[in-house]
Design a protein. Structure first.
Length: 264
């Protein structure tokens, strides 16, 4: 695998390092940065087909988020009840969605339609997440009087599982606003919990896509190695950044990725 990385052109190695540092920092600070940033970055930098980009992004997101999740657990930024309830419904829908996409992408007749479908789902998911986070940005950012609604949590899980399995997106852009606006988590709890949930969901997605050769492992690992620098930067900045600034940063990251994906 190291040999595969070393055979990459210098400009691709540079792109991968830059993507890794950026994604590591963004993901740690905001929970956004998995599929929402990585997928358009991979398409733009490496001309990857969308399904391959989803598979590669899932590998990257899983490995980066393990490190970020451990940091948030140590900082007590995780609501374990939210995590448990959401995963109950997210895992089954995730498995179904990944199976449909992988099998369709492997079928020469269905592949063109599958590529267009996934690309469209990515755009819709990004747009919906931006609107949700934007509309909820003026609500109380540091505390909440809402109680966890189990039905709502199960619905959030089912939606995030199906969307993440289809698009590789769902950790930050769906779970983050849902945890904050629907389940009443604080911003830091929403970030920490969304990352822990996404580690598991992205891991399942990565395994299924990679088993069908729908990923570029060499580029994925290089991005992951570079991300450790970004995670350290993100943790330091997070401690000194207001909740409102974190929300604004999330909005900027989602909007930039959305514009890039539409252009692509």
């Amino acid at each position: 695998m190291l040999a595969d990385i070393l055979t990459l052109p210098l400009h691709q190695i540079t792109y991968a390092i830059f993507i890794g540092i950026t994604v590591g920092a963004l993901m740690t600070m905001t929970g956004v940065g998995g599929g929402v940033v990585i997928i358009p970055a991979l398409q733009l930098s490496f001309s990857m087909p969308i399904v391959t980009a989803v598979g590669t992004a899932s590998i990257i997101a899983t490995l980066i988020k393990i490190n970020a999740a451990l940091n948030h657990i140590r900082c007590k930024n995780v609501n374990w009840h939210h995590v448990k309830v959401i995963l109950i419904s997210a895992i089954p829908t995730l498995i179904i969605a990944t199976e449909i996409i992988v099998r369709s992408a492997a079928n020469p007749t269905l592949q063109p339609f599958t590529e267009r479908f996934v690309q469209g789902c990515v755009v819709i998911t990004m747009a919906g997440a931006f609107v949700s986070l934007y509309l909820g940005r003026k609500t109380e950012l540091t505390s909440s009087s809402k109680q966890t609604n189990t039905s709502a949590a199960l619905s959030v899980g089912a939606l995030s599982g199906s969307v993440l399995g289809t698009t590789g997106i769902g950790g930050g852009v769906i779970l983050l606003p849902a945890l904050k606006n629907i389940l009443g988590a604080t911003v830091r709890q929403a970030v920490g919990s969304s990352i822990v949930i996404a580690v598991i969901l992205s891991g399942v997605t990565a395994i299924r896509y990679s088993s069908s050769s729908q990923s570029n492992i060499a580029i994925g690992l290089l991005v992951v190695l570079s991300s450790f620098v970004g995670v350290k930067i993100g943790i330091k900045v997070l401690e000194k950044t207001s909740d409102r600034a974190l929300i604004n940063l999330s909005l900027f990251a989602i909007l930039t990725s959305l514009i890039t994906t539409v252009i692509l």
